[in-house]
Design a protein around this ligand. Sequence first.
Ligand code: ADP
Length: 252
Amino acid sequence: MSPTDDALLAVSGLRKSFGENEVLHSIDLEVRRGEVVVLIGPSGSGKTTVLRSLNGLETPDAGVVAFAHGPSVDFSQPVSKAERDSLRNRSAMVFQQHNLFPHRTVLENVIEGPVQVQRVRRADAVSQAEALLERVGLAEKRDAYPHELSGGQQQRVGIVRALALKPDLLLFDEPTSALDPELVGDVLGVMKGLADEGWTMVVVTHELSFARQVADEVLFMDGGVIVERGAPAQLFTAPTHERTRKFLDRIL
Ligand code: ADP
């Protein structure tokens, strides 16, 4: 399967087991360029495993992950390191915990990927990093260490670090769930700005107001399957499945 004309990513038949436990049963999804897809669902439903599979951090047992203009990786066959790397290069992940290197400054954290992995000239990586930090309001924190920043600022650096890789697709795995409530808005604000600029994003979150405002499509997962998908206005106000209704009743 290859992505349709305006699709950036097409995933079909994705399966993953951990031991005897099949956690993804057969996941199909398509993400168009510039689209924001939000994955919601109860804890343990498989949302993180989907994200990690898109980024090559997890190896599915079967299924195809295909980006426009390649790569297309079929996990039913043995997958080479080169294929996995080519998948990894198309997207960048923002984690629940920012995962910054504690003994490196903000700037060093941001340029690490471009310089070490992508072989960008250091001077170019630095000027690009400065511009990105400026954009999220952290220019003056360039030489600070992660522990000198608030959780929200650390997470904004995490986002800048992903942007610095210039990926086609941004993946967010519950980016605000480890933050104090008063810091959540900052990070969601940055994410909303990225969506407005046309970044293509797949976001796992429990922030339904963000999903309502920003998502083009919401996917509800439960028990390793996508139970229901639709525009937020439809899915949140008139879900067609009982499982979706019950989940929304619990968290709304
Ligand atoms: P969610 O993101 O929806 O909370 P996950 O994708 O993290 O769900 O997890 C789905 C299921 O897979 C859970 O039952 C979880 O315990 C299991 N799981 C995830 N990662 C591993 C792992 N590395 N080893 C064993 N089980 C795992």
